[in-house]
Design a protein around this ligand. Structure first.
Ligand code: SF4
Length: 471
């Protein structure tokens, strides 16, 4: 049972989160530079995806197969996780089951202590963002070094990833050049090639110095006990191969039943994510370095992260959200995301899928507003390679928030008044159109009408016209 203080605290936090979201959304929407950069990058993405789709004779069939396989994996997740663990540990891998972020961080902290780690190289991992790993390491005097170029850029800028696939999508090449000039003393207006070479030189040294490498995992493969990692820069391979210890932090929902399924999921992920036929580097790890092998880590840990996923799995209507393979296509298709940008969501997972899962993982009370940040156009669902019915789950989130009585007092009062008026013809007719127009203008003054023409009511209501006609 929550006491009054708890309730007040939650209500305050909720209001602050919503207000911040609304303010940032408004600023970003009218930020023309942001709009231009995103439009350019999204335009390139669309062209690539159109080209990548040519590899499919029947993309819809591939989507249906992927949806079926992921749903099967989720419905049998307990069985697959046990099978996966048994295979992985048989090859000398170590498994940590983390119920939440604290447990995952505790396990990572213990590994760092044993390894006496001072430097950690990381390849792109949204699960590490989810548990705020970098902050945790920094607090303990350990340097977390991002090796994915996009992640490296946002880390240099002191920002969070803007997009789940392309973390620095919001920055133009001029922005990156200026950032490198400021932070690393590079030439002003250096070309992308020069900047990449500089980043590469810095990273190469870090790989050889780091005691631990941390990656995520795109898929857990049940029948071989493998972790599949997909990337374009080769940085994840170096992160896994150079340090003596490799930790893969993977959400339990990343499970697929068999190695046979990889040939379906890898191209789907690549095409929807970046428009490639297949991503450049695809690696499957089944444990630490074996005796006959020449490289790889001496120790390999996989942290299986729950952190709200089991709760979502228990919900028959919304569990399909766990099928997500994090391709980012729904973000790129979303008119809201394109306007307000990734940082406005203030959550690790942004865009349509973020609006579905963040309220479920982080709490509906504080994040329910994200489910309303959608035009419900269905663009997200139509591009999802695993056919998640994203826009309908957004509606289900909204329904849940009403059922749990989480609406603001203002909203509830508004609907009560509206209902009263709608059920009472006499009340509706009071004052005629002029009064109604006045009320409407008052209500929409600080929202809709701030940037648009206010709604104009017809001079006569249908009811009035009907009465006249009957006469
Ligand atoms: S919900 Fe679908 S489209 Fe969006 S990131 Fe996940 S897999 Fe991709």
């Amino acid at each position: 049972m929550r006491n009054q203080d708890d309730k007040t605290r939650i209500a305050t936090r909720m209001t602050e989160t919503i207000e911040k979201f609304q303010q940032e959304a408004e600023i970003k929407t009218f930020d023309l530079k942001h709009r231009k950069t995103i439009a350019k990058n999204m335009g390139k993405y669309r062209q690539s995806v159109a080209a990548g789709m040519n590899q499919y004779t029947d993309h819809e069939l591939a989507r249906s197969r992927a949806s079926y396989l992921k749903s099967t994996a989720m419905l049998n997740l307990d069985k697959y996780l046990m099978e996966w663990e048994q295979k992985f540990t048989a090859k000398g891998g170590r498994v940590v089951w983390a119920g939440n972020a604290e447990e995952a961080l505790f396990a990572i902290g213990a590994i760092m202590k044993t390894a006496n780690a001072r430097l950690v190289v990381k390849s792109k991992s949204m699960t590490s963002e989810e548990i705020h790993l970098n902050e945790f390491l920094e607090e303990r005097g350990i340097e977390p070094f991002e090796t994915d170029l996009g992640e490296y850029i946002v880390q240099l800028a002191g920002q969070k990833p803007y997009h789940i696939v392309t973390p620095a999508m919001h920055m133009s090449k001029e922005d990156v050049s200026a950032l490198f000039h400021k932070e690393l003393g590079t030439e002003e207006n250096a070309s992308p090639e020069e900047l990449t070479m500089i980043a590469r030189r810095i990273m190469r040294e870090k790989y050889t110095e780091a005691e631990v490498g941390i990656t995520g995992g795109n898929f857990l493969i049940a029948d071989i006990g493998g972790v599949a990692v997909t990337e374009n820069e080769g940085n994840a391979r170096l992160t896994m191969a150079f340090p003596k210890i490799h930790i893969a932090l993977v959400g339990i929902e990343k499970m697929i039943p068999s190695i046979q399924d990889v040939d379906l999921f890898w191209p789907l992920l690549a095409t929807s994510g970046t428009g490639q036929q297949v991503t450049v580097y695809n690696t499957i790890l089944t444990g630490p370095r074996q005796e006959e092998e020449v490289d790889g880590p001496e120790e390999m840990y996989v942290i299986l992260l729950d952190n709200g996923r089991s709760k979502l799995l228990a919900d028959p209507e919304k569990r399909q959200a766990l099928n997500c393979i994090r391709c980012g296509a729904c973000l790129n298709a979303c008119p809201v995301y394109k306007n307000i940008g990734g940082h406005t969501y203030q959550t690790v997972y942004s865009g349509p899928i973020g609006s579905v899962i963040s309220p479920q993982y982080l709490g509906l009370e504080q994040y329910k507003h994200l489910s309303y940040a959608s035009s419900l156009c269905g663009g997200c669902s139509s591009v999802c390679p695993v056919r998640i019915d994203i826009h309908n789950i957004l509606l289900l989130n909204r329904k849940q928030s009403v059922e749990e009585n989480l609406g603001s007092t203002r909203e509830k009062l508004g609907f009560q008044l509206w209902k009263k008026a709608m059920l009472n013809r006499k009340l509706m007719n009071i004052g005629g159109s002029r009064l109604k127009q006045w009320v409407l203008e008052l209500l929409f003054k600080n929202s809709w009408s701030k940037r648009r023409k206010e709604p104009i009511l017809a001079p006569q209501s249908f009811n009035e016209m009907w009465k006249k006609r009957k006469r």
